[in-house]
Design a protein around this ligand. Sequence first.
Ligand code: SF4
Length: 341
Amino acid sequence: MTTLLGLSLAELQAFCLEQGFQKFTAKQLCDWMYQKRIGDFDAMTNLSLKIRARLNDIAQTGFTTLADCQTSTDGTKKYLFPIEGKGHVESVYIPDGDRATLCVSCQCGCKMGCRFCVTGQQGFHGSLTAAEILNQIFSIPESQELTNIVFMGMGEPMDNYDAIRRTLDVLTADWGLAWSPHRITVSTVGITPMLQRLIEETQVDVAVSLHNPFPDQRQALMPMEKAYPIKETIALLRRYNWRGQRRISFEYTMFGGLNDSTRHAAELVRLLKGLPCRVNLIRFHASPGTPYRTSDQQTINTFRDYLNAHGITCTLRASRGEDIMAACGLLAGKKKQEQNL
Ligand code: SF4
């Protein structure tokens, strides 16, 4: 069975010609899947009955149904998708005024092992295909309302580069969703070779998970610091022009007593000086199994004000969906536990 979701127009054309269909059938498939979000060949009414029957025999679109949905009192929704042979992943839908953002996952579990992250503590169970990533975007009821996509869910996008690249092509190409790349943010712990490719091959915004400016302390939180030091990631970022429309941001989760002192803020300023960027502070969602706690509000405000006063644009990201445990990995982990019972 060939899965069509994630294929480019050229790849769909090759597929159609192989099957003896007309080349323009590929454009029709793009319209149905990528514009109309239709995953059922029988509903693709401008394809002949013969083509639909053949497609049902040899292909699948790759659209699947949700396993679960939880809705927060603030409107945030957490969706759970089954991934065949790998487990489950979560996507979080965050409506905010005229913005509607979906945070998608790219792997079942994660190899990066960040100490504060529930997903990181669940081990790695496999990377998602482009179809499995796109399905999160296309199969939620709010798919047509989305204004932004962030790759900040389960998994490290730069550890699944080819599927991410393919997904970005579908989201930004004329034959796909034709979105501006600036509506998309890809996050990474800073795997530099792949980050370099992302910067050079796409125009999407980039978010680097920083969390601590001191290498030894960052490594204690994020083991990948050893292989990909944040200093090298920042040196790479400095080679590109971030003064145009494209944005670079740094994610900084505030852990009480761990990374929230003025000494940390001063080192962060030193590290990022001269790089046009913003720092997003994130209040830590206390979660089961992690020993960390969040910083108090006064400390967060002082940290933010220090950065802003020293020329680094810094904002505190609003906490959303706390009542449904919107931090990544919690719902998928729960599902895994249920299945193991
Ligand atoms: Fe992986 Fe991101 Fe969790 Fe780190 S924070 S373990 S990169 S999912």
